[in-house]
Ligand binder design. Structure first.
Ligand code: ACO
Length: 402
């Protein structure tokens, strides 16, 4: 066996794994994922049980602190968060500065990073446990307000302040869909659907955005900067941005006459850049368990809300065709969490460009838990190596002689 310690700092011994397909970057006790069997567990609890029995805020507690809370712990957690839901009034100037049609993910990433300016105590790399906990609570509390206000800004509507009598998810929906002039009733079907979606997105071990949060945090950057970096990583269509891309794709197929076979053919064509968005996953080589739950939730919610969405039928048809097609079977490409989530978000009343921001709201407890674990493990700064393939030993040539 090779003595790894002897290889330390020696050149020449570099594992090349572009895209980290088989490289573990850490040991973690937060989320278990078996991609071959299609299993997902948070802290040992199956995702199916959490999605049907728990609330988002309870799952957030579980991910961050490792145990399901008692009734008192959950009430204290909720109360503590609700005391930190307001954002500084000066932050409104930042909202004013963005063009109203700018993408919500760009706004979210900048606004979250700017929290570090308002809470400079977060810049201390040796925060006490209590200080670190307060930064976590502030991050959770302010995120829901920022996300809702981004939506309100896109409409040109006044911001709605948080109401602490509501639980986390109801408060978020109130700030998003509520009005200043009167109290609105939030449909319990919508609250429940939102809880389910946020729970399903809450963590997914070392994905692109989570690895980003950990690696940024490993240089002792503050929590807001680390989460902001995670938001940027999530934005791309190959990651969280897929939920927006799926609906755009389904709409396009609908406008084109709904011929799913034609689009499946395009997805298989190696000369065509088109990919079936919401299909495939780096780790799941079997059904994504979250997709199974979401597909069922999608049917239930649309029925309860009395919505008939033609794109749902197109999505189901695409899935049916793809799952029988050798190209998808051989490559083990199944629907992922984002294939049906957008249809639910749309049914709840969210515009397409808000979908990825909602993913970020759901993923926040996971990012926080992973950032906290990385700190507790005192992990060294993340710094991958490379294999240099560029030119060697060249002599500088004066500009006039080139
Ligand atoms: N449509 C058509 N072909 C696909 C798709 C797809 N959605 N996904 C993968 N493939 C093909 C690739 O072309 C490749 O084929 P080849 O072996 O003939 O070259 C093979 O399947 C393997 O694909 P890779 O891109 O190498 O797999 P990787 O693990 O790097 O990528 C990813 C995974 C990014 C999720 C990919 O499946 C994809 O682009 N999916 C569509 C975007 C999407 O839905 N992203 C959301 C992921 S879930 C999340 O982040 C929340």
């Amino acid at each position: 066996a090779i003595d790894i310690s002897k290889l330390r700092d020696q050149t020449g011994y570099v594992t090349l794994d572009i895209g980290y397909k088989n490289t573990g970057a850490t040991q973690s006790a937060i989320t278990f994922l078996d991609g071959e069997l299609g299993v997902l567990k948070y802290r040992g609890y199956p995702i199916e049980q959490l999605a049907s029995k728990s609330s988002f805020i309870e799952v957030a507690y579980l991910l961050i602190y490792g145990e399901l809370p008692t009734e008192k712990q959950l009430a204290d957690f909720q109360l503590h968060i609700s005391r930190h839901t307001l954002v500084h009034e000066d932050m409104k100037k930042f909202f004013d500065g963005f063009p109203s049609k700018s993408h919500p993910m760009g706004q979210l990433s900048s606004l979250v990073c700017s929290l570090s300016a308002f809470y400079p105590e977060s810049l201390k790399s040796n925060q006490s446990e209590a200080e670190l906990d307060l930064s976590i609570i502030k991050m959770l509390g302010k995120m829901a307000t920022i996300v809702s206000w981004i939506y309100k800004k896109s409409l040109g509507h006044p911001f709605i302040y948080p109401r602490n009598k509501y639980d986390y998810v109801t408060n978020f929906l109130h700030m998003t869909f509520g009005q200043r002039t009167e109290e609105i009733e939030i449909d319990p079907v919508i609250v429940s659907a939102m809880n389910t979606l946020l729970i399903l997105h809450a963590d997914h071990e070392q994905n692109c955005s989570t690895s980003t949060v950990r690696i940024v945090g490993s240089s002792e950057s503050n929590i807001y900067a680390s989460v902001s970096a995670g938001i940027s990583a999530l934005w791309g269509p190959l990651h969280g941005g897929a939920n927006q891309a799926v609906i755009e794709m389904l709409e396009k197929i609908k406008e084109d006459g709904g011929d799913t076979d034609k689009w499946i053919k395009k997805a298989k064509d190696k000369n065509d850049t088109f990919r079936l968005m919401g299909f495939g996953h780096r780790v799941y080589k079997n059904f994504d368990p979250r997709a199974k739950i979401i597909k069922k939730a999608c049917d239930d919610i649309l029925e309860k809300l009395g919505i008939d969405d033609e794109v749902l039928e197109i999505a189901k048809k695409l899935e049916e065709v793809a799952l029988k097609d050798n190209y998808f079977i051989e490559r083990k490409l199944y629907p992922n969490v984002d294939f049906y989530s957008g249809i639910i978000y749309r049914a709840l009343g969210f515009p397409t460009d808000m979908f990825t921001v909602l993913f970020a709201l759901g993923r926040l407890p996971g990012w926080i838990a992973q950032w906290k674990e990385m700190k507790e493990h005192k992990e060294p700064i993340g710094r991958p190596r490379q294999i240099y393939v560029g030119k060697v030993n060249r002599e500088y040539v004066d500009i006039k002689s080139r």
